[in-house]
Design a protein around this ligand. Structure first.
Ligand code: BDP
Length: 329
């Protein structure tokens, strides 16, 4: 009897000891971060600053390594990995995110934001909070919204001045049905394709062009193979510095506070670096011989997007209020 209770007691001690070990072990963490961009890029600098702040503020308990250049996989795959907790954090365009998080699609509607400052205001307010809730419901914790400027069309054939110029062109788009509809509404043929394949595809004529913001057009060298850049600015899609909800939930309350603050600081830094890089990228492509044309009146492009909105609202009637919230501001 005495032996029995001794054994019970001993087991109890062992269980307590194990819990304490696990508890302590979960405090220290080596995290892996996914990034599609090259090392010298505003997103990359923002992520490195995030990682550095985590290590510093936790005295090395939380370390984070950023894998640049998409070496950990394509963006749609990485989004799945993040949800599973196989990746701890990353910066994702809300474009491809829309395939998983319906609310994210609202910011992939062409011309939904009137300007980049409007995008900041909306993303930092009630509208952004609604997107963050949508992300969280799918296992993704938003820590901040980075700037990715405005996306414009580029191609190897001619300047685009009006929707009819897109007619018949083969245009690569990001992985989201909305972008297929967008190009088709302009009369073009859309090809969803991984970012890493675009350079070669334009070079070999698999597609005639693509669309992106100036830093991505420049850093990928797409401008070398698609020398006409037409400033349609049809999409302003913010990017999310996101953590896997699984990782987030494994942290102590104090660590979560540090992560949230580091996410905010990194977002502020990235937004500041973005403007500088945009100007530098435009200078670089212009001196590389790119023909850039402004599109003063974007109304014909906006009008051409009416079917895209109509179809979206028909397929996602529950998102009508969120679309209205973005449009009203
Ligand atoms: C860049 C985004 C990146 C996308 C890429 C693309 O920062 O997340 O993967 O566009 O077009 O601007 O695929």
């Amino acid at each position: 009897m005495a032996f029995q209770s001794m054994k019970k007691y001993a087991t109890g001690v062992a269980v307590v000891a194990t819990c304490m070990t696990i508890g302590t072990a979960s405090m220290a963490k080596d995290m892996r971060g996914w990034n599609i961009h090259v090392e010298d890029y505003p997103v990359s600098h923002g992520m490195e600053a995030f990682a550095a702040e985590l290590a510093e503020k936790t005295g090395g308990d939380l370390t984070a390594k950023v894998f640049h250049g998409g070496v950990l996989g394509s963006q749609p795959d990485a989004i799945e990995q993040l949800r599973l907790g196989a990746l701890d954090f990353g910066v994702f365009s809300l474009g491809p995110m829309g395939q998983v998080v319906p609310e994210a699609n609202v910011v992939s509607l062409p011309f939904i934001f009137k300007s980049v400052p409007d995008m900041y205001r909306l993303m930092d307010g009630e509208a952004g909070a609604a997107l963050s809730a949508g992300l969280e419901a799918k296992g993704i914790k938003a820590l901040g919204y980075y700037d990715a400027g405005a996306r414009s069309f580029y191609n190897s054939i001619k300047p685009i001045n009006e929707p009819a110029d897109v007619g018949g062109m083969k245009i690569r788009v990001m992985n989201n049905d909305l972008f297929v509809g967008m190009v088709e509404s302009l009369g073009g043929n859309a090809t969803p394709m991984a970012f890493a394949e675009v350079y070669q595809s334009i070079k070999t004529g698999v597609v005639d062009g693509a669309e992106n913001n100036p830093p991505s057009y420049e850093s990928t060298n797409h401008f070398e193979v698609a020398g006409y850049y037409s400033m349609s600015q049809h999409l302003i899609i913010p990017e999310c510095l996101c953590m896997s909800l699984k990782t987030w939930e494994s942290l102590s309350a104090e660590q979560q506070e540090i992560v949230a603050a580091a996410g905010k600081a990194s977002t502020d830094l990235q937004r500041q670096l973005w403007g500088e890089r945009e100007a530098a990228s435009m200078e670089k492509v212009l001196s590389g011989g790119v023909v850039v044309n402004e599109i003063a009146d974007k109304t014909p492009f906006q009008d051409a997007m009416k079917p895209v909105y109509a179809q979206f609202l028909e397929q996602s009637p529950d998102l009508a209020d969120l679309v209205a919230l973005f449009q009203a501001n």
